[in-house]
Write a protein that binds this ligand. Sequence first.
Ligand code: SF4
Ligand code: SF4
Length: 322
Amino acid sequence: MYYVLKKKDLPKFVKLLNKDFEVIAPVKKNGSLIFDKVSSADEIVKNYINTDYPPKNLFLPDGETIFEYKKSNNIKIKHPGKPKKRVIYRIRPCDVNALLKLDKILGGGFYYRTKRENTKIIAINCTKAGENCFCTSLGDDQLKEGFDLLLTDVGKEFYIKIGSEWGKKLMKHKIFKRAENSFKKTFFECKRFFLAKDLDKKIERNFNTKIWEKHFKKCFSCTACSVVCPMCYCFDLVQVPKSENEGKVKKFWSSCLLKEFSRVAGDFIFRDKRVNRVRQFLSHKFLYGKKHYDEFLCVGCGRCISHCPVGIDYEKFLEEIK
Ligand code: SF4
Ligand code: SF4
């Protein structure tokens, strides 16, 4: 069963959410489209394909304090408290699917899990694809689970699908009406498309071929692609001392594209060549992800293509390797 919300009632909807939650939605800030706190519907960018940055910083913040320590007679450790209750409004299916995949990998960890548990998801279906999207190749354009509410824009109103008890309760408010008619969901096609079946096997078979050099020789390890990727979660733990006996341990984003990331004991760097680091980036997503989690660790959002300063196009590589 579906519910209907008239678009003219969107300000009331955001006000209703703001009563009990911190509302996070797409906003324009310093020239970029990002997810950030909003207090009213006017602040929200509605006409967009995808945000420049995914919402992963809400679950894996860069520079997060893992614990604080103080040494006197004994060592006192202070952990951060639980995050605030919040709702992400207008998140796209690819970004929700990225969270569902991250749950399989990081869901057992305190820091990630508490943030996931405290966050409601109000997703919105896409009605068209961006020029770099290839989510349909990976099946990440559709949402079967992982949302509290799922909105579909049908012109003057939204059709709403319920995904949780919380979502069901919210529909009792007078701004929502039960849908009298069913509606036809719009399916869209991405211009970029390849058959993803056996992609992992093809990557494995081509592991030592010249195809990597051909596509990635221009890469200069800026890591823009992994910063904007909703599925990249590599990190470094850094001790930040305040004094000899006091300080914090913080977690900062890192990337397998960086030389330092593969430095091990004995000062040995086992992925010295840039192209081998790009191979690691893609193999982690399409070969090891499939082996360990039965998932491709990519949702085809296309951000890596849009943000690469030298025009490296991972999707073209995937098409060729297929
Ligand atoms: S690898 Fe690129 S297309 Fe895939 S999820 Fe990451 S940013 Fe999106
Ligand atoms: S954004 Fe482009 S140049 Fe930068 S690390 Fe990624 S592939 Fe390399």
